[in-house]
Design a protein around this ligand. Structure first.
Ligand SMILES: NC(=O)c1ccc[n+]([C@@H]2O[C@H](COP(=O)([O-])OP(=O)(O)OC[C@H]3O[C@@H](n4cnc5c(N)ncnc54)[C@H](OP(=O)(O)O)[C@@H]3O)[C@@H](O)[C@H]2O)c1
Length: 302
């Protein structure tokens, strides 16, 4: 049981993708700081599990919203739900995101469209819906989940990296637009982090995942949370990430692309040993490859 932060106990943070990886660790940090939470993800069971745990541990209000951000109307659905509950959002965390590994000509078009919807359209729409209220109050914080991938072309993960480049550009422009207000926008740029992301993206046999040191979601969340609370425009998590971002922004594009490709190539290491099975990513892959061919399938029942 942590001490109550009186300043925050009537405040609400809305976090997308709050049931796993970096989003979950962010939810813990907000709860520890006495923020009430609106948690968004698809899997109702896991949402309920996280809701119960955070309520019990930190005595904050936690409201789960099972919404599939692959749907084009998802942001409006979330906004309507919080408005109907009379809840004012003080902090918006656009964290949910996915990628898809593979040569662009071979990835499923629907999957790429889903990823653009989730990584770009959903955060833009949520930001557009919640920002005017924050400006009216002249108070609010927005965390946009970027990535080191947003600073470089990434062969074999091309659509994903491009979505994150969008987020970085969008966040930097908004930060400048909001410079004279008390509303801040912070872009978080993690490097490769050991979460279910790699399994969902079919990226877990790559050099990056098998051979390179990975960040922990706890560290990334902590870096993002601290920068958000300080109102910083951008934070890069991890020393190796800082080097990658520096290279991405300063070296010739062709060199950066060819280096990034090497990291995304299949690894020769590992000898076929089994990786831990993650229920969420197994289901993600099944919904993509499944007999129905449904890609945007509703996974609320998991
Ligand atoms: N891991 C990395 O190496 C890395 C590096 C840089 C940036 N990032 C970014 O960090 C963010 C979080 O990723 P993570 O690594 O923490 O991955 P993760 O462990 O797979 O977590 C993803 C979260 O998003 C939710 N989610 C996924 N698809 C969704 C959808 N269609 N609608 C609603 N919620 C959805 C998931 O819950 P449900 O499955 O129940 O929906 C889960 O809560 C992403 O934006 C990612 O691009 C990750």
């Amino acid at each position: 049981m942590s001490t109550v932060n009186v300043e925050n106990r009537n405040r609400y943070a809305l976090i997308t993708g709050a049931t796993s990886g970096i989003g979950y660790e962010l939810a813990v940090l907000f709860a520890q700081d006495s923020y009430n939470l609106i948690l968004v993800a698809r899997c109702e069971d896991r949402l309920q599990e996280v809701t119960n745990k955070l309520k019990q541990l930190y005595s904050v209000e936690v409201t789960p919203l099972a919404v599939n951000l692959f749907k084009s109307t998802a942001a409006q659905e979330i906004f309507r739900a919080t408005s109907d509950m009379g809840i004012q959002i003080d902090v918006l965390v656009n964290n949910a995101g996915q990628g898809e590994w593979g040569p662009f000509a071979e990835t499923a078009l629907e999957r790429d469209m889903d990823i653009i919807q989730l990584n770009v359209n959903a955060p833009v729409a949520l930001t557009r819906l919640y920002l005017p209220e924050m400006l009216r109050r002249n108070e609010g914080r927005i965390l946009q989940m970027g990535s080191e991938a947003g600073t470089m072309p990434m062969p074999l993960l091309s659509v994903y990296a491009a979505t994150k480049a969008f987020i970085l550009s969008f966040s930097a422009a908004l930060s400048e637009e909001l410079r004279d207000t008390n509303v801040t926008v912070t872009a978080l740029l993690p490097g490769a982090t050991d979460t279910d992301f790699f399994h969902k993206a079919k990226q877990d046999d790559t050099v990056t995942y098998r051979e390179k040191p990975l960040l922990t979601p706890e560290k990334v969340a902590r870096d993002g949370y601290e920068a958000l609370m300080k109102g910083k425009n951008r934070v890069i998590s991890g020393a190796r990430t800082k080097l990658h971002v520096f290279e991405g922004e300063w070296l010739p594009t062709e060199k950066v692309a060819s280096d990034a490709r090497k990291l995304n190539e299949p690894s020769s290491k590992g000898g076929g040993e089994k990786w831990p099975v993650h229920a969420a990513s197994m289901e993600e892959r099944e919904s993509i490859m499944g007999e129905t061919g449904s890609i945007s399938g509703d996974r609320k029942r998991r």
